[in-house]
Design a protein around this ligand. Sequence first.
Ligand code: 5AD
Ligand code: SF4
Length: 464
Amino acid sequence: MNKPFDIELGQLTGQTSSLGNALTALAGQHATFFLETFGCQMNDHDSEKVAGVLLSRGYRQVETPEAASLILYNTCSIREKAAQKVFSRLGEYREKQSEGKVIGVLGCVAQQEGEEIFKRAPWVSLVCGSASYSKLPEMLTRLEAGNHRVTGLDTDTDETFETEVTRRDNPWRAYLTIIEGCDKACSYCVVPYTRGPERSRASDSILREVQQVAELGYSEVQLLGQTVNSYADPTPRRMRFSELLLAVADVPGIRRVRFTTSHPSDFTRDIVDAIEAEPKLCDHVHLPVQSGSSKVLQAMQRTYSREEYLEKIAMIRAANRPIAITTDIIVGFPGETEGDFEETLSLLDEVGYDSLFSFKYSPRPNTPSLAMKDTIPEEEKSRRLGVLQEKQREIQTARNAVLVGETFEVLVSGKSRRENQWFGYSTSHRVINFASQAKELLGTYVQIRVTGSGPNNLVGEHAV
Ligand code: 5AD
Ligand code: SF4
């Protein structure tokens, strides 16, 4: 079903500006770009790669749209609010084009709205979805030539987006995409439409990049994918996801390996076995459940029931070391009764999540659930969200309280404004704040004994 890459470059008008633009004048020499990112970790990491492409081309990154010749906006359309933000932000950029600046929309809204964006915001010159990023250099050439309508909207491709240079934002943790797109068909979700079908990256390419980041001094890597554990190595090696995890952990210099997001249906015992066998694999699994009601899960087309999900949880809980479990929940899905919602609340008690992200259902274009009536009033969705969050707060308060007295290895990731106060992450991804007189700790691993706790963090001191 994959057809050859077929992006439409400069399709709508194909015009080249007679006046030219900032890129035409400056391409590859002093051109500057401003890149703003909304949305998930995949988007953040895509932006790191897009920045790498631009830097290799001679562009310089700047902090404000005012200072940039190219303004790029990497967008999110997972919920309506996120998508609306794009057009209000584009409105702010309206004046910029007249100053000769080139404006581009990347990511999920670009894919979803396509050439509509040129109609609604004619000052935009580039509309490019994530499945077309590997063609960015060609698109930039067209923009630099003064083209005002450049699009990359194909999702029917087996390409993955790999770059020679990635400009990483996080100095301690290197993100790596191992699988793009999604082949699941959750009835509420735009991702299969905006990011296209699942494409796994070759295992040797992944391992090469892990080696590169380790040589650069990164000791923690996080493997990314919408359904990261559906990874299917396209090379003859046919590495399973769990084998890949172990191979990544084996790369000299790597001390911590994380991965997100896992789909419950593809979460198999060998992944837990790998975590048990290899302490470098972090003791944290993000396993979105979405709802505690089997009826709602079926309407969501999640491919598992409450009971099947709980079997996966039991498998993780039976591991020989504690593994933190976090999740995503949607409240107010069409047809969710008070009883269904109660089942979600009871699931929280039964699982004992260490943290969760919760959302009010938001109807999205193209999705099957759009046809189901979104009958639950906004106030009721807000009420359910509040009740859920309060319950989870109590659970987290209790779960964190029992950790007082324990010692965790922390990767120090930041310094707070207060003097001698630092914070970092345990392998279970808990935030731990601690005091230290040390001059510089950023990026180092320290042993911290927990002395206090709250719902969202732990407080500790250097263990002696
Ligand atoms: N409405 C609300 N939340 C959604 N999510 C995905 N699509 C929607 C939607 N239409 C949530 C899911 C997913 C997380 C990334 O965003 O919980 O796991
Ligand atoms: Fe969306 Fe479901 Fe795919 Fe996750 S698994 S990206 S929720 S379709």
